[in-house]
Unconditional design. Structure first.
Lengths: 223, 484
């Protein structure tokens, strides 16, 4: 029975990175920011239910409200502790997008250096406004669309309440146009995000297109 | 002295949970007439492809059949030649996929799968890999070595498949005996290769496998234990994917001497195999010419296979043939008289002496399943084909001839054609323009696509080598159907 002597190699889990790019400008204060905080907490809870996903899904948070700040660098979900976000200041969305793109590329370098395999990163932009940092967003949009075309990442855009959907449509890659959140259904949005990340992080070789859950639980259906 | 080999596959728990078949396939065999040469193939069907379990099986079986047709001997070949062999093999696999896709009414991408193939003798190994999975080898006192890095994209859930356009085919040639060979699909990868430091095969994984294949227990027991291992809880906890292992070991039987070639110094070693297209009869005759019964059986088996597979290979090594005929003319004559199956020789285009057993090829069109009007013109043959046809044509293209097959078709109908044999196929529109061919890889020998307008299309079969034209046979398949 020589086969019982076989020892398995323990390789690190592959990682499935997602950047939450969150608008924390003054207009988000009150019930929107509270609903957003609850949503982020729900994301952790949901992903943790799946043991494999909690070791594979890595989350980072960049906020833009006055300042652009990486409030959470990449951690696996099991080590992620959501902190309450507060809202104030204007909406430097262009700078924030560029920071997210840099963060993703840095993370990939870290993975490569440590021989960790990974899934295609997601960047998830949630905003209730329009960029206030001049024409910066145009440059950022160009860069992110190129990154999306080069398959460097997947980019999703969600507009909340009075978000400028026209500008968002110019930012979001044509393949994934912006979606309007239905009211303040952040919780349903993050349920969907965690279900999607769980699916992606369990996908096997050859599943080029992963079918994501339907978004009608949180997105406004257009007329 | 012989190869010991055992291959097993097992459905992953993820697929069992949703009642899916195992998408992996594995097969191995030695050459019919040379037990010293082993061919092995494994394939992993793509998770996203509908019929990938059909694809992986077809890819493996086609590989085994095609490589068995080649004569592998000791004349050195180079990397480039090995690359050509495997490129040809890939083309054969794609042709089979196109045929299968036609039967199943699907795209070849629905059959997407990886493919790993090796041919090994006591003196050399050639191997190829498309996509992920692995071939690990070891010779004498060396460590376990991975032949190719798994062909992953940037992301873990991506790889390439035999159906990927312009797919990367990794090929290698090893001019020394690889006593131990293990081929596996990617279900085994994460537990056997150490990724940190660059995909290093773990001795703690492969050594027990080598011990297993080397052990003196019976073949059945080896198979059973490997089966048990692949279905064990321990393994299923580590991976939920389908998994396949093919283990091979070349054993020198006790007391027997190593083959002399293996004792040559490295410089004298016959580098690699020289593949020549197999001439089953001649090869067999050289070894067994005194045994006419064996020849007969072999010939009729060959015929069955030829008929069953509907394929032929007329590429020949002229030099070998001439030499063979000089040596065996009389023997061949006697055997020929004894066996009517020698007519089969015609199928292999062996240049028999004029007037002797030269089969009747005067009228070259034998059309199946269709009413056809054959119009003969000088050097041009025209065949009118009814719409909604599915036909197969065997014919001989004489020097300087062009064969034209006219097809009346409507816009939007789909036409699928493929050519076996030398020569090239050109598809022309009703306006006599060459139609671009984007759907198939083997562009000179197949055309497939939707027709842009109503009218008379025609398929031209031409001699490939304009400088020195010669007669050759071909088989053309034409399928015309409405819509997709």
């Amino acid at each position: 029975m020589t086969l019982s002597e076989i020892e398995f190699v323990k390789n690190p889990e592959p990682r499935c990175p997602v950047v939450l790019l969150l608008d924390t400008s003054g207009s988000m204060s009150g019930s929107p920011i509270n609903a957003l905080n609850e949503g982020v907490a729900a994301l952790k809870k949901d992903v943790e239910r799946d043991e494999k996903a909690s070791l594979r899904v890595e989350v980072a948070i960049i906020t833009f409200g006055g300042l652009v700040e990486t409030v959470q660098n990449f951690v696996t979900i099991d080590q992620f502790i959501p902190r309450g976000l507060t809202a104030n200041g204007n909406t430097p969305m262009g700078t924030a997008i560029e920071q997210a793109l840099d963060l993703v590329e840095d993370r990939k370098q870290t993975y490569k250096m440590n021989a960790i395999q990974y899934y295609r990163p997601w960047v998830f932009l949630i905003t209730d406004g329009a960029p206030t940092d001049g024409d910066r967003w145009k440059k950022a949009a160009q860069r992110l669309r190129q990154a999306e075309t080069d398959r460097k990442l997947s980019f999703f855009t969600v507009g909340v309440e009075n978000a400028d959907m026209t500008v968002l449509a110019q930012i979001a890659p044509p393949t994934t146009p912006p979606v309007k959140l239905d009211g303040l259904r952040f919780q349903a949005l993050f349920n969907w995000l965690s279900a999607s990340m769980t699916r992606v992080s369990a996908s096997e070789v050859g599943e080029g297109m992963i079918s994501l859950p339907p978004i009608d639980g949180w997105a406004q259906t257009r007329i | 002295m012989e190869w010991k080999s055992v291959g097993e596959r097992s459905t992953g728990t993820k697929h069992l949970a949703v009642n899916q078949d195992c998408q992996d396939y594995v097969s191995h065999t030695t050459l019919r007439n040379n037990q010293q040469v082993l061919i092995g193939a494994v394939s992993d069907g793509a998770g996203s492809a509908r019929y990938s379990q059909v694809g992986s099986r077809l890819a493996v079986e086609t590989s085994i059949v095609e490589l068995q047709r080649l004569v592998w001997n000791q004349v050195p070949i180079q990397q480039e030649q090995a690359e050509e062999i495997f490129r040809n093999l890939l083309n054969e696999v794609i042709s089979e996929f196109q045929r299968q896709a036609e039967i199943d009414g699907c795209s070849i991408h629905d059959l997407a799968c990886t493919l790993l193939v090796f041919i090994a003798s006591p003196d050399w190994l050639v191997a190829m890999q498309i996509g992920d999975g692995m071939i690990v080898v070891r010779h004498q006192e060396s460590d376990y070595q991975l032949l190719f890095a798994p062909d992953k994209g940037e992301y873990i859930n991506e790889t390439s498949f035999v159906t990927t356009p312009n797919v990367k085919v990794q090929v290698c040639v090893r001019p020394v005996c690889q006593g131990f060979i293990c081929a596996a699909t990617d279900g085994i990868e994460n537990i056997s290769l150490i990724k940190q430091g660059g995909w290093i095969p773990s001795t703690k994984f492969f050594e027990p496998l080598e011990k297993h294949i080397r052990s003196s227990i019976s073949q059945e027991q080896k198979q059973a234990e490997l089966h048990r291992f692949l279905n064990s809880t321990k393994l299923n906890q580590a991976t939920d994917d389908d998994k396949t292992l093919l283990l091979c070991f070349y054993e020198y039987t006790s007391g027997a001497k190593k083959p002399s070639s293996a004792q040559l110094s490295h410089a004298e070693l016959p580098n690699v195999p020289s593949p020549q297209v197999q001439m089953p009869l001649s090869h067999h005759l050289e070894h067994q010419s005194s045994n006419q019964l064996a020849v007969l059986n072999y010939a009729s088996k060959q015929k069955e296979r030829t008929v069953a597979k509907s394929k032929n290979n007329w590429r020949q090594n002229q030099f070998r043939l001439d030499r063979f005929f000089r040596k065996n003319y009389l023997k061949l004559l006697i055997i020929g008289i004894l066996t009517t199956t020698l007519v089969l020789i015609a199928s292999f285009k062996i240049p028999l002496p004029p007037g002797l057993f030269n089969p009747n090829h005067s009228d070259n069109f034998s059309t199946i399943q269709t009413d056809s009007n054959l119009i003969r013109k000088d050097k041009v043959k025209i065949l009118q084909i009814a719409p909604d046809a599915k036909i197969q044509i065997s014919a001989t293209l004489r020097q300087n001839e062009i064969h034209n097959y006219y097809i009346s078709a409507k816009a939007g109908q789909r036409l699928i054609t493929s050519l076996r044999g030398d020569g090239i196929l050109v598809m022309r529109s009703p306006d006599n323009e060459i139609l671009p061919n984007q759907e198939v890889q083997k562009q000179k020998q197949a055309w497939q696509g939707s027709l842009p307008k109503d009218g008379e299309y025609f398929i031209q079969i031409k001699n490939e080598n304009k400088a020195s034209p010669r007669d050759y046979k071909y088989r053309l398949k034409i399928i015309l159907r409405d819509g997709l």
